[in-house]
Write a protein that binds this ligand. Structure first.
Ligand code: ATP
Ligand code: MG
Length: 272
């Protein structure tokens, strides 16, 4: 299906992303709710100028440093993540020596199996999530399931596109949480120690690049990077970019085709 999208289309990446999610739904990897989540994300990405803003890049570097310093890092994979960046997640797991665990909001054994197979087809050796022998406290049964030697035992969890409830429950367990979410106001982004407000298709390769760059860094150097990262500042910068339009931010690399009008304070004109 992606053959149908001309590469010179100005919004090629966005269309490709949409098609990957569609294909994920068709092959039983992504849930139908995943389509809605994607649409929500796209709206924010459009307002960000479909680019990695500097605060998101700082967050990606802090995420790489945090994952490299972790004792037992786990990367969580849901249906949207598996459809959009399977190879890149396997690469990240390799770069920071982390486990991959499938973790679904709408959990069915069939979808779980398909995602595990899909990740293996993209180079993963071991994928956790099938055992489900531990529970996250204060969540209803299906949403609470995790592996005892995976997310339950992890000190640092990377949970891109995570549901707000589960993000809050994981943070309450004392895990250092790294989230990728295009909405800086979502509870997942608000809960994370390191929120990366960026499209996952840009964020994961960017974390991999930072991890490779920091591969030989001393523990003290990694700590300095994570200590100097401030989640509230990064979230504020992302929200400002979205509200003001990315043309007025220092991050601008946009051309006229992708200009978006600033959102004005106060009254909103009715739609025509
Ligand atoms: P919350 O429950 O955390 O307050 P929510 O209910 O709006 O937020 P969900 O629908 O559960 O969130 O999850 C989807 C989230 O993932 C949205 O915030 C959306 O912006 C984000 N999202 C969707 N697609 C992408 C993507 N490709 N990259 C990054 N973020 C994305
Ligand atoms: Mg939610």
């Amino acid at each position: 299906m992606t053959d149908e999208i001309p590469e010179d289309h100005p919004r090629y990446e966005s269309l490709l992303t949409r098609h990957r999610i569609e294909a994920g739904v068709d092959s039983g990897i992504t849930s139908r709710q995943g389509l809605i989540a994607e649409g929500r994300g796209e709206a924010f990405d459009y307002l960000l100028g479909e680019q990695t803003i500097s605060s998101a890049d700082r967050a990606a570097r802090a995420a790489a440093a945090q994952l490299l310093s972790a004792e037992q890092p786990v990367l969580s994979v849901n249906g949207n993540v598996a459809a959009l960046v399977p190879e890149e997640m396997v690469e990240l797991a390799d770069a920071v020596d982390a486990s991959l665990e499938v973790n679904l909001f709408n959990r069915t054994e069939e979808r779980l199996d398909r995602i595990v197979t899909h990740l293996r087809e993209h180079g993963a050796d071991e994928v956790k999530g099938l055992t489900a022998d531990a529970r996250i406290p204060d969540l209803s049964h299906e949403r609470a399931k995790v592996d005892a030697d995976g997310i339950a035992a992890a000190d640092v969890v990377f949970v891109p596109l995570e549901d707000g409830d589960r993000a809050e429950a994981l943070a309450a367990l004392g895990k250092v949480e790294i989230v990728v979410d295009l909405n800086p106001g979502s509870r997942s982004a608000q809960t994370a120690a390191i929120p990366i407000v960026d499209n996952i298709i840009r964020a994961v390769p960017n974390i991999v690049a930072h991890a490779r760059d920091l591969e030989t860094a001393e523990p003290g150097q990694l700590r300095a990077i994570t200590d100097s990262f401030e989640a509230s500042v990064a979230l504020q910068e992302a929200e400002q970019t979205i509200r003001n339009g990315s043309l007025s931010s220092s991050d601008t690399t946009r051309d006229s085709r992708s200009w978006v009008p600033p959102i004005s304070e106060g009254s909103v004109e009715p739609a025509e």
